[in-house]
Design a protein around this ligand. Structure first.
Ligand SMILES: Cc1cc2nc3c(=O)[nH]c(=O)nc-3n(C[C@H](O)[C@H](O)[C@H](O)COP(=O)(O)O)c2cc1C
Length: 139
């Protein structure tokens, strides 16, 4: 059964490029094997991640993520069955806070700061729709 899970968390300390690289390479390595696709955003000390794949596989990953000390305050924002994947061509991309994305963050945020914790389910879905079409990914 194919599901989608969206969660947000806060960085537990200042994360450097090495931390980000480590998260990204683990994601690419493990998610491809587990058939998990999705996107990871980091802005303003907040992670927002959308995962899609087999329900058991996504649950297993989410439990592993909860134990990761690089982030805290993890909260599920959206969860449900999906008819098909939206992220297909890669296993996990990181959307950073490059200038071109700032307007996008602001568009779906009620405050000047990117704050997914206060975004509605509808806003989150629109946000990820737009990410697919119109984003500058970090390599
Ligand atoms: C915000 C955040 C997102 C992460 N996303 C993933 C992910 O999508 N897939 C993954 O395998 N690990 C992810 N990780 C890393 C895991 O918590 C964990 O460190 C990693 O899966 C361990 O992989 P390894 O056993 O292959 O070293 C993420 C970590 C953080 C802090």
């Amino acid at each position: 059964m194919l599901i989608q899970l969206t969660y947000a968390s806060r960085t537990s300390r200042v994360l450097g490029p090495a931390d980000i690289k480590d998260i990204l390479s683990a994601s690419q390595r493990n998610n491809a094997r587990a058939g998990i696709t999705g996107a990871l955003c980091l802005n303003n000390g907040i992670f927002l991640q959308q995962l899609e794949g087999d329900r058991a596989a996504v649950n297993a990953l989410y439990h592993r993520l909860l134990k990761d000390t690089r982030h805290k305050d993890t909260a599920v924002l959206d969860f449900g069955e999906i008819p098909h994947r939206r992220f297909t061509s890669w296993s996990m991309g990181l959307l950073g806070s490059v200038d071109a994305n700032r307007q996008l963050f602001l568009k779906y945020s009620s405050t000047p700061d990117f704050d997914p914790f206060s975004m509605s389910t509808l806003m989150l879905r629109s946000f990820f729709d737009e990410i697919l079409q119109n984003v500058r990914w970090l390599e």
